[in-house]
Design a protein around this ligand. Structure first.
Ligand SMILES: *Cc1c(COP(=O)(O)O)cnc(C)c1O
Length: 400
């Protein structure tokens, strides 16, 4: 890297490389990247190395050991940080590792208030793992900022939102909850995985941390697992780097490279995801076997106005309510929509959250939120949208 030491703290920080000029689409392609200094390679190489040779005792080029520094990882971090409009990107081996690191960094011995309808694995960690670290968690319906505020205690260090939420596409008001967080001296983290930075930028709306499972839209090709936290504050970034290097949940060089390869086309992919998501939502809304469609882009979504204020597009994630029998038959009859967990890839996927992604959420809590046994989740890909609608049409026709 030609500029490995942007500020105190050395190359562990991606700050300083966040100076690529240009608008969002240009940043996708260029941010965080410069030609490799030895050969001029235009693509950031995969630095598949665990350590770096030092010139003398205490004399090195800012690279000592791969848990601390890796140029491929730093290029990917700087790229995503620029897309979120933050100064620091800190990447992890998975989305859950990112959330866990943040909790350890800021909430040890304290309290977290979280949206209740999150990715199933997030709730499982909050309920079953953080308690072992002495961190208490209160789950709330974060559509209501007053409910978030009412759950705050003197020990509250962190508010965790997921918006749009998985799988009900609930929207939380980032700006209003950000003000609540500031009033009570807590940090606000937004899991923005379902939106991607193409459609929503939490830091600009007042969040302290934008979080992603990069496994999903950012990587975009269903071939890698990863997570990232993007923050603007230098001291918070230092603390996160410290916890990460002391505990070790870093992504490998190959995975970092695949993620970077993905984000360089994020803007183009998201345009199609947004377009196809709307087509599929409108089709499902008009179908007699479908009782309800949850998609923030539809005017019937109860928080459509809020979604339009804080998002510029609505992505390819949606869910629909059918009878349980119809739902189960439908997901086994689609030909293009593949029955699979995960989301955000170029290919369309379909799933039943109650028995797949959210099976670990207690049934009572699941049903109370509306994650019924007939709820079907769609991750709409970037195929020709007409083929996707036809696929759903034939899968539903066999139900009549
Ligand atoms: C997948 C996902 C996670 C967890 O990320 P992993 O990369 O699977 O650890 C967290 N939040 C959301 C919204 C997700 O979709």
């Amino acid at each position: 890297m030609s500029d490995p030491s942007p500020r105190e703290g050395g190359p562990e920080s991606a700050a300083g490389r966040f100076n690529t000029p240009g608008r969002f689409d240009t940043l996708c392609v260029h941010a965080g990247q410069s030609p490799e200094p030895v050969t001029g390679a235009i693509t950031t190489p995969i630095f598949q190395t665990s350590t770096y040779v030092q010139e003398g005792i205490g004399r090195h080029r800012g690279y000592e050991y791969a848990r601390l520094q890796n140029p491929t990882r730093e290029a990917s971090e700087a790229n995503i940080a620029a897309l979120e409009g933050g100064r620091h990107g800190i990447a992890f081996s998975s989305g859950l590792a990112a959330i866990e690191c943040l909790a350890k960094a800021v909430a040890g011995g304290g309290h977290i208030v979280s949206e209740e309808n999150t990715y199933g694995g997030t709730t499982r960690m909050f309920r079953q793992i953080l308690a072992r670290l002495g961190i208490k968690v209160t789950l709330v319906d974060a559509r209501d900022p007053a409910a978030v505020e009412a759950a705050i205690r003197p020990q509250t260090r962190l508010i965790h939102l997921e918006t749009p939420s998985n799988p009900l596409m609930r929207i939380a008001d980032i700006e209003t909850v950000g003000a609540v967080a500031r009033r009570h001296g807590a940090l606000l983290c937004v899991d923005s995985t379902f939106a991607s930075p193409s459609n929503q930028r939490p830091l600009a709306l007042g969040a302290d941390v934008a979080m992603h499972s990069t496994t999903k839209y950012l990587s975009g090709h269903s071939d890698v697992l990863g997570g990232i936290l993007v923050v603007d504050d230098d001291a918070l970034a230092d603390e996160l780097h410290f916890v990460r290097k002391s505990t070790g949940p870093v992504p490998g060089p190959m995975d970092s490279w695949l993620t970077l390869r993905g984000t360089r086309t994020l803007h183009l992919r998201m345009e199609r995801h947004n377009h196809n998501g709307m087509l599929v939502a409108e089709f499902l809304e008009s179908h007699p076997a479908v009782r309800a469609v949850h998609y923030p882009g539809l005017p019937v979504h109860p928080q459509h106005d809020l979604a339009r204020r804080q998002m510029t597009g609505f992505s390819g994630m949606l869910s629909a309510e059918l009878s349980r029998a119809d739902a189960e038959r439908m997901v086994e009859r689609t030909r293009l929509f593949r029955l699979a967990e995960s989301l955000g890839g170029v290919e369309s996927m379909i799933s039943i959250p109650s028995v797949m992604t959210h099976a670990s959420v207690p049934e009572e809590a699941r049903l109370r939120m509306g994650i019924t046994n007939g709820l079907v989740r769609f991750s709409v890909g970037i195929e020709d949208g007409r083929d996707l609608v036809e696929d759903l049409e034939q899968a539903l026709r066999t139900l009549e």
